[in-house]
Design a protein. Structure first.
Length: 100
């Protein structure tokens, strides 16, 4: 149910309002992320976790930032390095900044 709620929130949130509701969206998605099998959906949820992690870091909420970034990284596969290197690099870079 959480995964479905998160997907609906993400799909019905206008791009210019995404950052405002990112924590609510990602918190729902992360509760059901173990059910996601599609690599495209996994990458989309990882991207949303990156956005949440970045926003949390900017707010100096480092523990929350690490939680979102680790969740995002956990959704990525070895294949992601080959076709979405920017996402993997962005998550890893931000993790390194937060994990000092």
């Amino acid at each position: 149910m959480h995964l479905r709620i998160g997907m609906l929130l993400a799909s019905h949130t206008p791009p210019d309002k995404l950052e405002e509701g990112i924590f609510e969206i990602v918190n729902q998605l992360n509760r059901g992320r173990h059910l996601v099998t599609s690599s495209t959906e996994r990458e989309r949820i990882a991207e949303l976790n990156f956005i949440a992690g970045r926003r949390a870091k900017i707010s100096t909420a480092y523990v929350s930032a690490l939680k979102y970034l680790h969740a995002g990284r956990g959704l990525l596969t070895e294949e992601t390095w080959n076709h979405n290197y920017d996402l993997v690099f962005s998550i890893e870079y931000l993790l390194a900044e937060c994990d000092y």
